[in-house]
Design a protein around this ligand. Structure first.
Ligand code: ATP
Ligand code: MG
Length: 390
């Protein structure tokens, strides 16, 4: 492309529901998150202009890396690599040609949006002027319905932007605009997807993983760290609590009837996660639980588990089919890690016939003989905290 043209990325977000103070909070957080996501990449400034953001590039900024990083930033609806020119019809005409000539196309259209009403030509007149120029030089035909190529021209008080491709972003809200939550992250398929969905609502997550070393190998921990590393791309820094769960499992296994063990393990997990939430200033727990998927996920059991915490428990996958969850795990890149071989912390300790209609009172009754409070305290003290940065 013409070296004299100023290259930049034009970043669009959905404006629905963004009003007043919320809007500037959203925009400021999105700018900060884009800056985080581009750490280590040479670039110019990120600026707010009406209804969108501008990311200015340096002459040596690699576009492919910028595209890859922007694609992971929640809050971005779509983005385009564009050139900026002064708003004169001559400059627009030449720049549009410089942009489209790199592509091969038999049909095209020009789509102009004019936020700057001071410009002498209206959108249609610009479409016709630039269209005629491109038609003559390219020999391609103007086609309004499904052309091979669309050349977008946006006139704004900050200049005119020209581009041909809108790349979809992940949508959602920028991480940090909402409060925090604690996610119970196994190394299975579901909980990473659940975490992704809640992060996408602007919530920063801290992660808690329960492991059964030395009864299980280190793989589940390693896979979990790998997952946290991957999810950290979206929130830029994460804390992972690695909880040694074996003493609690052992106590439950030796002193309780088999049917209730799974519910009791999970009640202990929720209590520990709640303690972590308190420490993290988090307002909710997140799990990958799914109604009816396994015996511990009957409605009765979900209820018997959840009564131990006063925090809301978010279960974003509760109504999804397994195939939908797997497809999403593939899309967000967690599937490969989740399906690496590992021994789940519970497989060693899980009874063959778990109770499917547990009730909270019975669970509490059984627990009253276990003195779990002290054990949970010890477990929290032995918990390892790992921090991750992009
Ligand atoms: P996943 O695929 O997320 O492991 P699952 O279908 O295997 O879920 P369960 O094993 O019953 O279902 O776990 C339900 C939820 O409890 C998980 O999604 C996760 O949020 C939490 N959980 C289970 N095991 C652990 C663990 N070892 N560490 C942290 N959280 C866990
Ligand atoms: Mg699991």
């Amino acid at each position: 492309m013409d070296a004299a043209l100023e290259r930049l990325f034009l970043i669009h977000y959905h404006e629905v529901g963004l009003k007043g103070k919320n809007r500037s909070r959203f925009e400021n957080q999105l700018v900060r998150n884009i800056e985080h996501a581009l750490k280590g990449v040479s670039r110019g400034a990120v600026r707010r202009i009406t209804g969108r953001l501008l990311l200015e590039l340096a002459p040596d900024t690699p576009s492919d890396i910028v595209r890859e990083r922007l694609a992971g930033v929640f809050g971005i609806a779509n983005f385009s690599e564009a050139v900026r020119v002064p708003s004169t019809i001559e400059a627009i005409r030449e720049a549009a040609w410089a942009v489209v000539r790199k592509a091969r196309f038999a049909s095209f259209k020009i789509a102009t949006k004019r936020a700057d009403k001071s410009f002498p030509l209206n959108s249609n007149e610009i479409n016709r002027d630039v269209g005629a120029c491109v038609e003559t030089r390219s020999q391609a035909q103007v086609k309004m319905e499904r052309p091979d190529l669309t050349c977008f021209i946006e006139l704004s008080p900050q200049g005119t932007f020209i581009y041909t491709r809108k790349i979809p972003g992940p949508g959602g809200l920028p991480v940090g605009v909402n409060e925090r939550a604690v996610s119970l992250l196994s190394s299975g398929i579901d909980s990473p997807v659940a975490s992704y969905r809640i992060m996408k609502r602007g919530v920063r997550l801290a992660f808690v993983h329960f492991h059964s070393q030395p009864y299980t190998d280190r793989n589940s921990q390693r896979n979990t760290e790998e997952l946290v590393r991957l999810l950290t791309r979206h929130q830029f820094r994460s804390t992972l609590y690695l909880v040694p769960f074996v003493e609690i499992q052992r106590r439950i296994m030796t002193d309780t009837p088999p049917g209730y063990r799974v519910v009791l393990y999970r009640r202990a997990m929720f209590r520990i996660a709640e303690a972590v939430a308190l420490r993290e200033g988090a307002q909710a727990l997140v799990t990958g639980e799914n109604v009816g998927q396994v015996a511990s996920q009957t409605l009765s059991n979900l209820r018997a588990i959840e009564t131990v915490t006063a925090l809301p428990v978010l279960r974003p996958l509760s109504g999804d089919n397994k195939e939908e969850i797997i497809a999403e795990a593939r899309r967000i890149g967690t599937y490969e890690i989740s399906t690496e071989p590992y021994e789940d912390c519970c497989t060693v300790f899980v009874p063959k016939h778990p109770e499917t209609r547990a009730d909270p009172e019975t669970a509490q009754d059984i627990e009253s003989h276990l003195d779990l409070g002290a054990l949970i305290e010890q477990t929290l003290n032995a918990t390892e905290v790992k921090r991750f940065r992009l």
